[in-house]
Design a protein around this ligand. Sequence first.
Ligand code: IMP
Ligand code: MG
Length: 188
Amino acid sequence: MQLKDRFNIHDDVAEIIFDENQIQLKVKELASQISQDYKGMPLTLVPILKGATVFLGDLLKSITIPISVDFMMVSSYKNTETNGFVCVEMDLRETAENRNILIVEDIIDTGITINYVYERIKSQNPKSIKICSLLDKPSRRKKNINIDYLGFKIPDKFVVGYGVDFNEVYRNLPYISVLKPEIYEEIQ
Ligand code: IMP
Ligand code: MG
């Protein structure tokens, strides 16, 4: 059966790593810290599509200061392995010059994607630039990245849910999970 033909994606889950409650609590903590740190400063969130969408939605609802949002879409992944180069599919609508930018990412693995996005935005001379990521997989890091706002550190497992996909599917699982091995194997 094809991934997209499955009726109940919850049946494909082997293990829930962070459930909805744990995620909601953490996102609220991050939003409250961001609201305090950027008080009195105009802030632009730059979510990286598509993985950061669900995280962004919850984060937005809990941030209390005025903010704007400007999206970027980049791709750098094939199946479960990074292909090591980054392609900008959609760029910022406005230059980052003189703006306070907070990049919002779903997961930082090798760091290649976020490093590329960070350097690209930095070259536009923003007033400040920081990184917020829901997940961090430090064991596979190839670039030195400072994550200013982090949800959770995770071991080197391929996770899905809460916006994070496997071959474009499973983003709508409300928790962070690992799929049954046969699901990954079908695609290899
Ligand atoms: P990096 O460039 O290796 O840091 O990869 C970052 C991007 O790869 C993330 O934005 C995700 O889209 C994707 N990615 C990394 N790890 C996973 C995973 O465990 N599951 C799904 N996507 C992942
Ligand atoms: Mg991503």
